[in-house]
Design a protein around this ligand. Sequence first.
Ligand SMILES: Cc1ncc(COP(=O)(O)O)c(C=O)c1O
Length: 375
Amino acid sequence: MSNKLQQKLAEREAQGNLRQLRTTSGLIDFCSNDYLGLARSEELRALIHKYEDKFKHLPMGATGSRLLSGNNTLFEELEATIAQYHHSEAALLFNSGYAANVGLLSALPQRGDTIFYDEAIHASIKDGMRLSFAKSYSFKHNDLEDLRRKLQHATGTAFVVVESVYSMDGDKAPLTDLAQLCHEQSIALIVDEAHAVGLYGPKGEGLTVALGLADKVFAQVITYGKAMGSHGAAVVGSKVLRDYLVNFSRAFIYTTGLPTHALITLQCAYTLLPELDKERQKVKKLSKHLLEQLNEVKGIRCAPEDSVILSVFLENGDVAKLKKLALYLQQNGFDVRPVLSPTVPQGQERLRVIVHAYNLEEEIEGLVQAIAKGT
Ligand SMILES: Cc1ncc(COP(=O)(O)O)c(C=O)c1O
């Protein structure tokens, strides 16, 4: 068996795509998903500390599945907060965004149903669909015409699954048009808000709420490892959806609930989130500034507009050079990673640059200079 594994690893290495775990050490952060700086917020840390005392009577761990010993009032209170925050009836916590997507997509669409998903959708949604008995069809990225064509294959209940902001490309789904189409054709729309929560909407509720679409979206997936600076996720939707998932979602049922400190952290993050307008403005201003400057650099192409997730493509598409450029940036103090196949399709390899509210203008300028020099 070990030989087989080694062979697979050797193949990866020969392709130049071997993944390895590394620790991040003091580089300027253009890589993490901590868009608003909540993961490192002293204010959040102090608030958590205060609440920890208040919940001393609860065990530190959930101690079991929430259907057995693992449920408590903190879960229920937090879920009520989440539902209200995202303009919905109910919410159900999962242990991660990965688990939420697997738990939702594997349980909801039934045999005979049909799922239509954007080709750029996250791996966790793909894995969920693989566990479902429904048929699934991809449509071209953000292409409603292609979706309309594919809808001819619909049988049973139809679902459309998109991300409001795409994790790799950083661009937005045409949510208003999608919601209209799904409404007209009685399709259940599922929106993964992982990269929009915290950043969009008057209180960082996400793009669904920002566009006034909460009542047209069947389920929102809200994740907490990104702008919320923590861990875990929630599926937000109707009360009947929540009850259904409690009964049928194996990723919810057959696992230990989140520990108490995670629940306290999330409750505190939700307390601070409405107040982070300055950070929301700043990260958007900085990313605009970065894009404008990168557009002046020769030999690269940068996209999209108006996003804190920027992709930098080499115009000649040379993957070896792209890796060298990433290494050069790291050696010069910038934490920027290349995104390679199979994470993105071959030919779409890029540097993924993420801007944060705590990045400084000098850091942006330094990064642009280093990219220009290293290209
Ligand atoms: C769009 C999207 N959905 C879900 C996830 C999974 O979230 P988590 O990291 O909480 O498991 C990610 C994380 O990479 C993501 O980008």
